[in-house]
Design a protein around this ligand. Structure first.
Ligand SMILES: C[S@@+](CC[C@H](N)C(=O)[O-])C[C@H]1O[C@@H](n2cnc3c(N)ncnc32)[C@H](O)[C@@H]1O
Length: 207
């Protein structure tokens, strides 16, 4: 797309380059509310609903696909939501370098790309390194919410979190029937539930 035709969407959509080398949440949002991350936010159903229903918390979607990220940010912008933003870029660059240790109240990791083929498993978001990144950015008692429909992915990711010394497993979040066609946690949950697939859900707390 020619640069001139890209609409400025600040502050709802910003890139990693826009946010600079160290993210001070109080400056980013202009207040001291706690911050939660939606890592790989995609179409942003969770981000949008969470920001609307929990105005006392700031939500940040991290999305590597700028097109998807801008689409999500458009929805946030139309509602003029003060407590939700999207940052476009590779979440790993943000989690390792730009986010202050212990500055995040919760990380939501919903339906990370499964990379089905065995030879592609190394591309999966969840690995040892990612688990260490989550432990670094979360404050004590901060939470990791993680859902997926991919059984072998969940086996791997829950193993990493269960065995990491900084995390304690919490009771599995309850199943909930959708009350309407859009009453799902995320777009991928909606898609997978409609196919009748089970959803694996886990919650961990930072020690
Ligand atoms: C399967 S989709 C799930 C989207 C959303 N969480 C949901 O449940 O509907 C995975 C999303 O993660 C994004 N993603 C993958 N790798 C990423 C990375 N390294 N940093 C940020 N986003 C990433 C993809 O672009 C995609 O939008």
């Amino acid at each position: 797309m020619p640069i001139a035709s890209i609409k400025p969407m600040k502050p709802w959509f910003q890139t990693i380059e826009d946010v600079g080398s160290s993210l001070k949440w109080s400056e980013f949002f202009g207040n001291d509310q706690p911050v939660e991350l939606d890592i790989g936010c995609g179409r942003g159903l969770f981000l949008f609903n969470a920001a609307l229903t929990t105005p006392q918390v700031n939500f940040v979607g991290l999305e590597i696909d700028y097109h998807e990220g801008r689409r999500t940010a458009t929805r946030l912008m139309k509602q003029n939501l003060p407590n939700a933003r999207v940052i476009g870029g590779d979440c790993k660059a943000l989690l390792t370098e730009r986010i202050f240790p212990g500055s995040v109240q919760a990380a939501h990791v919903y339906f990370p790309d499964p990379w089905w083929k065995k030879r592609h498993h190394k591309r999966r978001l969840f690995n040892d390194e990612f688990t260490v990144m989550l432990a670094r950015i979360l404050r004590p008692e901060g939470l990791v919410h993680h859902w997926t429909d991919v059984a072998d992915y969940f086996q791997m990711s829950q193993g990493l979190l269960d065995h990491h010394p900084d995390f304690t497993r919490c009771p599995t979040p309850a199943e909930r029937e959708a009350a309407s066609d859009m009453d799902y946690h995320t777009s991928f949950e909606r898609k997978k539930r409609k196919l009748g697939l089970p959803i694996y859900r886990g919650l961990w707390q930072r020690r």
